[in-house]
Design a protein around this ligand. Structure first.
Ligand code: UDP
Ligand code: MG
Length: 330
């Protein structure tokens, strides 16, 4: 909300899961970093506790006691990072929202650069890692995943980005219309469009505590990315069906040739059974592919995503004559 005094508002959204060792330092750092902003903007902070099992909530309350710009939202249990961020985006009311991890892997000072780009007119400014202090395994799996996603999915996610980004109110409003359960926010933001750009930064190591993304969660997250934006796995069935049908056809030719030219080597009944098996196998998988095509469409429909996003509407200057005409409101 642009406040009464006409100043623009910026809100930071922090998902928190077992970050007791980071919260105090994080808040001190963002307070410090945003000091120069306070002259021009109204800055606020939303912390979403995602069912932490340590004393994160107590730390958050202490932070809120000392700073009236802080809002703490406590989810009833652990819903996962993407849901926690979603809860923050649903609650926020600001002209620009900055989403950041709470373990100080995303350096708070970089948010100033995001804001600069926003001021230049970009509606999505993602922070792009120039380098990252993660294990070789994580680096490798992440780059393999994004390579694959770009290959199969209908979205173009910039490489080396996480959820650390600034999004304009327009994009937040649009994101709120995406109510699918299995959420892959960075994909949704990419697919929404508007003017997007990146800012390079060096990603630090987690300050304290442990990752909330063990391998199992990471795999599920990767599946959300691929399944949420692509029906390629379903299409794969059709392709396999065609391939197997083709091979079956070759098999049938072979069986027929044996039957005709070398009948003494063929066991009675063999040709009939073999031809039937190949033929049915090919047909079955092809038909599964047909089902897959419909399932894919049904899936896309049940995701219930908005069909399109209007970026801006401009009408010509009104004259006295057409003043009564309704203007177009999307
Ligand atoms: N997080 C969350 N809920 C979860 C797991 C993580 O809100 O179930 C938060 C966590 O507190 C952090 C951010 O999501 O602010 C990223 O998590 P983490 O740093 O553990 O992931 P990594 O950087 O290891 O991929
Ligand atoms: Mg982290």
């Amino acid at each position: 909300m642009t406040t009464d005094n006409g100043r623009r508002t910026i809100a930071y959204v922090f998902p928190i899961y077992n970050e007791a060792g980071n919260i105090d330092l994080l808040h001190r750092m963002v307070t410090e970093v945003t000091k120069p902003l306070v002259e021009r903007y109204d800055v606020s902070f939303i912390y979403i506790d995602d069912g932490s099992k340590d004393d994160s909530v107590a730390h958050l309350h202490a932070v809120a006691d000392a700073d009236d710009r802080v809002t703490v939202i406590e989810l009833a249990r652990n819903f996962g990072h993407q849901m926690a961020v979603t809860a923050g985006l649903d609650a926020v009311d600001a002209d620009a929202v900055i989403i950041m991890d709470s373990d100080l892997q995303d350096p708070p000072r970089v948010s100033l650069e995001l804001i600069e780009k926003w001021e230049q007119g970009y509606e999505v400014v993602y922070a792009q890692r120039r380098s990252r202090q993660d294990s070789a395994f994580k680096k490798f799996t992440a780059s393999a995943f994004y390579w694959f996603l770009r290959k199969v999915a209908s979205i173009d996610i910039p490489p080396n980005t996480g959820d650390f980004r600034l999004i304009d109110r327009k994009v937040v409003d649009e994101l709120r219309r995406f109510r699918e359960r299995d959420r892959f926010l960075r994909g949704l933001v990419s697919s929404i469009g508007f003017r997007q750009t990146g800012v390079l930064f060096d990603r630090d190591e987690r300050h304290a505590g442990q990752t909330g993304y063990p391998l199992s969660k990471m795999l599920r997250f990767a599946a959300d990315g691929i399944l949420g934006f692509s029906v390629a796995p379903l299409k794969l069935i059709s392709r396999m069906g065609y391939l197997i049908s083709f091979l079956s056809f070759l098999g049938i030719l072979y069986v027929a040739a044996v039957k005709l030219f070398a009948p003494e080597t063929a066991v009675p009944g063999w040709a009939f059974i073999t031809v039937g098996m190949f033929f049915l196998g090919g047909i079955q998988i092809s038909m599964l592919g047909v089902l897959g095509s419909y399932v894919g469409r049904t899936y896309a429909q049940t995701q219930g995503r908005p069909l399109y996003t209007v970026g801006a509407v401009r009408t010509g200057l009104r004259t006295r004559d057409d003043a009564s005409r309704e203007s177009y409101v999307p």
